[in-house]
Design a protein around this ligand. Sequence first.
Ligand SMILES: C[S@@+](CC[C@H](N)C(=O)[O-])C[C@H]1O[C@@H](n2cnc3c(N)ncnc32)[C@H](O)[C@@H]1O
Length: 256
Amino acid sequence: MQTAPQQIDRSGNMEERGWWDLWNTSYRAKDNLDTIASQLFAHVATVTQQATQGQPGRILEVACGAGALSRQLNFSSYHGLDMSPAAIEFAQKKMEESSQGRPSTATYEVADFHNWPPPADPVDLVLCVDAISYFRDRALVTRKMAGILNNGGLLILTTINPVVYSRIRRVGGVRLESGPVNRWLSRRELHDLILQAGFSIERSYTIMPRGNMGWLRIVNSARLNEAFGPRCAAMFRRVKERVGLGQYRVVIARKG
Ligand SMILES: C[S@@+](CC[C@H](N)C(=O)[O-])C[C@H]1O[C@@H](n2cnc3c(N)ncnc32)[C@H](O)[C@@H]1O
């Protein structure tokens, strides 16, 4: 008997937890399913390594999804939380498989960060990848991140850059990206949010230039970018990242 294809509710009215289960099982059911996300995780892992000077510390990842980033990090302790039970189940299973019976210091938990009881011991680093826009109360969330950190502790956060994201034409496939988000954060809004929570911003930049609609179609055209060889193409890429034409913004901020 043929079953009807699963209907995706793109209206944003779907119950939040169910929607995130659907998102995680669609996009994170395997590591490396999504090349864009893999690039993002690799970048965050490298930046984390540099920012902590290779000293593995205590890490909390807020909205860790299926835990793909955690599997690329060094840490003395790692705790990931996410409101999607399907994502956490996947993260736990993967960690058990990779630890092959050895006790692992990575732990995962299903929780809504808004009302998650903060741990008694502060952490050295809070990570939040592609999630800040989805929280109902972003000011509470960033203040809470600051509260969980040691003085001098780091926040590494990435989020969609709406300037680029709104200019990506997608063809085919299932589109789940809008979901419960009705408004992305501008650079100014994101910075204000982080500063008001008591952080100082050490770096803020964009990565992974993309976009094939409007003026970005010309800026990113392969003909223009590759016309002068690979070195110039790499230089164009760096310039685009610097001027804010990357798909993701990365912010590194320090508490206090
Ligand atoms: C776009 S996904 C990114 C997940 C993961 N960081 C990744 O890059 O694969 C956003 C995640 O935020 C989580 N999320 C949204 N609101 C949350 C909340 N209030 N508390 C905890 N997690 C939340 C969702 O369940 C989802 O897994």
